[in-house]
Design a binder for this molecule. Structure first.
Ligand SMILES: [Zn+2]
Ligand SMILES: [Zn+2]
Length: 171
């Protein structure tokens, strides 16, 4: 029996390792510690890039290669366990696909990405006026705006008494 303790159980809304194990089996994938580590990383680091997942997974598997992580991430995405997010000015990001059809809001300044619940709760939650004959499966919604932290920074830098050149260290 697997008795590895992971923090997944304690993260609300995220699947415990047993759920991942079961999901891997259902999708016909072998349950490997590499796959479990990447999925655990995706649960604890939502919206991470493959490189970030690689870094996070190496806590559990120090010799995990970046190329292997990319392969695992692509495979988990095509098997529906991970959801790939394409956002402007960023590498693809990943999160566990919990099937809740949630959307995302991105700050156009700092790029931070937040979850936004879908008001309808299932796909597709938006219906186009013209489907062009397509059976619409999903509407991917990305809200774009300016986050509170960036708005506060704007207000500070607008003050004429601040002579500092603006720094973008958190880009
Ligand atoms: Zn921001
Ligand atoms: Zn999300």
């Amino acid at each position: 029996m697997v008795s590895v303790h992971t923090p997944l159980n304690s993260v609300p809304g995220h699947a415990p390792e047993a759920v991942w194990t079961e999901a891997l089996r259902r999708s016909g994938r072998r349950v490997t510690k590499q796959r479990l580590a990447v999925m655990a990383a995706a649960s604890t680091h939502p919206h991470a890039t493959a490189e970030e997942l690689h870094r996070a997974s190496r806590g559990a598997i120090p010799d995990l290669a970046l190329a292997t992580t990319h392969m695992i991430v692509n495979d988990l995405t095509s098997s529906g366990l991970l959801r790939r997010l394409e956002v402007p000015h960023s590498a693809s990001r990943y999160e566990p696909d919990l099937g809740d059809n949630h959307h995302h809001a991105q700050c156009v300044r700092c790029g931070r990405l937040e979850d936004v619940a879908c008001a309808v709760g299932h796909a597709p939650c938006l219906t186009p006026t013209d489907t062009h004959g397509m059976n619409i499966l999903v509407a991917e919604v990305l809200y774009r705006g300016i986050c509170a932290a960036c708005a506060a920074e704007d207000r500070t830098s607008d003050a004429p008494t601040t002579p500092e050149v603006e720094e973008h260290s958190h880009g």
